[in-house]
Design a protein around this ligand. Sequence first.
Ligand code: SAH
Length: 234
Amino acid sequence: MVDLGSAEALIARHREAFEEYRRRLVAWNEQVNLTSITDEEEVFIKHFVDSVAVVALREWRGLSDGAVILDVGTGAGFPGLPLAICHPRLRFVLVDALQKRVRFLQEMVEALRLNHVLVMHGRAEDLVRADGMRAGFDACVSRAVASLPVLLELTMPFVRPGGFTLAWKGPGVYDELDAGSRAAGILGGRIQRVDAYDLPGGAGGRTLVVVEQRRPAPERYPRKAGVPQRKPLA
Ligand code: SAH
């Protein structure tokens, strides 16, 4: 079971930035659909603590200063932006297909002066063709974007060999593991393990799937936009 103590301590250390994030999230949410969660305590637990939960994992702790992390389908910034607030020495690229969410994130990055964060608009299937993107990241993170085989096709091609993908999932992830394992193999890697945790205050069980990248993902992945979702690998 993942211990969330270090995540909560990190958030407490950056309290002001997280308060500002929550205020702007709730304000923007009146105009742009960013999240269904707006209660103060719930935002902290279900968005912030959940995003930062990964700091307990040895793979995350092993990242060196300057390592580059990609968040695919970041939405209103989860998990990438809370992680960026806590880790000024890593570099982050946050990607989303919806322009309105990207605009919110750009405002957040400016407001919090996060010079180590880049926000990009587009679909993972297209952005992977841009310079430096394929196999260009030390780690890829993603939450609530797709089922495991689809998610892995959208993330693993961005990860360099020796790097890893981390997928935030619910307690039902075990039903997706067989298909996920086959997809990971096709994409040049392997699911190493699943770590479980309980959010504080009875907010529910979550899991983190750790996937190591052994070889670069074959060039033909991800397939054209929309195909990974229509015809999941495996
Ligand atoms: N990760 C956030 C948002 C989840 S909603 C969170 O956990 O709260 C899923 C997000 O993924 C949406 O914002 C959607 O625009 C984005 N998305 C879905 N498919 C995508 C793709 N192929 N490439 C980039 N973004 C994608």
